[in-house]
Design a protein around this ligand. Structure first.
Ligand code: PMV
Length: 345
C-alpha cells in the first residue's frame, strides 16, 4: 500500500493578475488535505474510488478528461508503453479529501498532486514524485479543467511551501504575452518561484461563503473583459502585481498594518474585475467592522473563500462577525517564520 497527500492552498495576493504574468503569493493550508492510497488488487485495470465525490470509475473506461483519470494519464505519459502495460493494472486508487470543492482552496490540484505522487512512489519512480515533477504533471491536469491556469495552485500544493510566484508566459501562454505587449503592458516581472520571508508570524482567518464557484468561469469572464478593454485590465493587473510585490516586503518586515492595507486594496481591484460577489463583500465588510487589519477575497472569486488578517486580540471577534455575516466555516491558520526554510526539490 502506498499513500501520499497534498494540502489545500490559499492565495494571499495576486489572483487573476497572476494569469497575466503578474506576481502572486500563496501558502499551503495544511489543515485540509487530499489523500491518495494505492493498493494492489486482484482485478485487471485501475479502479479509481473517491467515495467523498460519489465516484467509482475504471481508469481505462473513464473519459481522459475525468479529473482522476487525467491524473493517472499525466503520470502514464512519463512511462514507456511497456512500463504502462506492466505496471498500470491490478490497482485500486482510493482518493479522499477534506478540502471543500470549488472554494478557492485548490481541491482539484491537491487531489491530482496526491494521486500522481502516490502512484509514482508505488511504481518506484521517486524521480516522478519530486515536488517539481508532481507540480509539472499536476499542471497538465489543471489545464484540462481550468483552460489557462497560471500554475500557482499546482506549485503550492506540490511543494507544500509558501511561494512568491510569477508564471513564465513565454512558454506557457505566448498568446497572452503577445497581446499584453501589443496593448501596452511590456514591463512584466521575470518568472519566479521563490520562498518568502515572514518577519513576524501572521494569523489569517479563512471564511467560506458556502457558494461553490468554478474558477474556470471567473477566469473566463476576466479574459473576456480583458479582450474587450485590454488597457483598463492591464492597468488592474499591474496594480495587483505591485501590491503582491509590496506585500512580500511587508511580510518580510513583519509590517502587518501595511499588509492589511494591501489586502483591502487588492480586494477593491478584484471587485473592479467583477470577480467579487455580494457574499464575499459582506464577509470583507464584516471583517473590517470587527477590527481585522485587512481582508480580501481569495482565489477565483464569485464565491469560495475570503481571508482576513487578524491579531490574537481581534481573532475571536472577527471570526464571530464572519459567521454572523454568513460564513459557513471559518478556518484559522498561522503563517510562521519556521515554515519558510526554502523550496525543497
Ligand atoms: O480558485 P483558485 O483558488 O483555484 O484560484 C485560482 C487562481 C486564479 O488566479 C484565479 C487562476 C489561476 O490559474 O491562477
Amino acid at each position: 500500500m502506498t499513500t501520499a497527500s497534498a494540502p489545500g492552498k490559499i492565495i494571499l495576493f495576486g489572483e487573476h493578475a497572476v494569469v497575466y504574468g503578474q506576481p502572486a503569493i500563496a501558502v499551503p493550508v495544511p489543515q485540509v488535505r487530499a489523500t491518495a492510497v494505492i493498493t494492489p488488487a486482484p482485478h485487471a485495470g485501475i479502479l479509481l474510488a473517491a467515495a467523498d465525490f460519489g465516484q467509482n470509475v475504471w481508469w481505462h473506461k473513464a473519459s481522459p478528461t475525468h479529473p482522476l483519470a487525467a491524473a493517472v494519464h499525466a503520470l502514464a505519459s512519463q512511462l514507456t508503453l511497456a512500463e504502462q502495460d506492466q505496471s498500470l493494472s491490478h490497482l485500486t486508487i482510493t482518493v479522499s479529501s477534506t478540502i471543500p470543492v470549488a472554494s478557492g482552496l485548490g481541491s482539484g490540484a491537491a487531489i491530482a498532486a496526491a494521486l500522481i505522487r502516490a502512484l509514482a512512489l508505488h511504481l518506484g519512480r521517486a524521480d516522478l514524485a519530486t515536488p517539481a515533477a508532481v507540480s509539472a504533471l499536476t499542471y497538465e491536469v489543471e489545464r484540462i479543467h481550468h483552460g489557462t491556469p497560471s500554475g500557482i495552485d499546482n506549485t503550492v500544493v506540490s511543494y507544500e511551501q509558501p511561494v512568491y510566484f510569477v508564471r513564465d508566459l513565454a512558454t506557457a501562454a505566448p498568446d497572452i504575452l503577445e497581446r499584453l505587449h501589443t496593448t501596452g503592458l511590456s514591463d512584466l516581472p521575470a518568472p519566479a518561484l521563490e520562498p518568502f520571508a515572514v518577519g513576524q508570524p501572521i494569523t489569517l482567518l479563512i471564511g467560506y461563503t458556502g457558494v461553490a464557484a468554478p474558477t474556470k468561469e471567473s477566469v473566463g469572464d476576466v479574459r473576456r473583459q480583458w479582450l474587450a478593454d485590454a488597457p483598463a485590465f492591464n492597468a488592474l493587473f499591474a496594480a495587483c502585481g505591485r501590491i503582491a510585490q509590496q506585500a512580500r516586503h511587508a511580510l518580510a518586515a513583519g509590517d502587518t498594518a501595511s499588509l492589511g492595507r494591501l489586502m483591502w486594496d487588492n480586494h477593491a481591484l478584484l471587485q473592479e474585475m467583477t470577480v467579487s460577489s455580494a457574499e464575499l463583500d459582506a464577509l470583507v465588510v464584516a471583517a473590517r467592522t470587527a477590527g481585522a487589519l485587512g481582508a480580501k477575497l481569495s482565489g477565483g472569486g464569485r464565491g469560495g473563500n475570503m481571508i482576513a488578517l487578524v491579531t490574537a486580540e481581534t481573532s475571536a471577534a472577527v471570526r464571530h462577525a464572519l459567521l454572523t455575516a454568513g460564513a459557513h466555516t471559518v478556518l484559522e491558520m498561522v503563517l510562521g517564520r519556521d515554515w519558510l526554510s526554502g523550496l525543497a526539490e
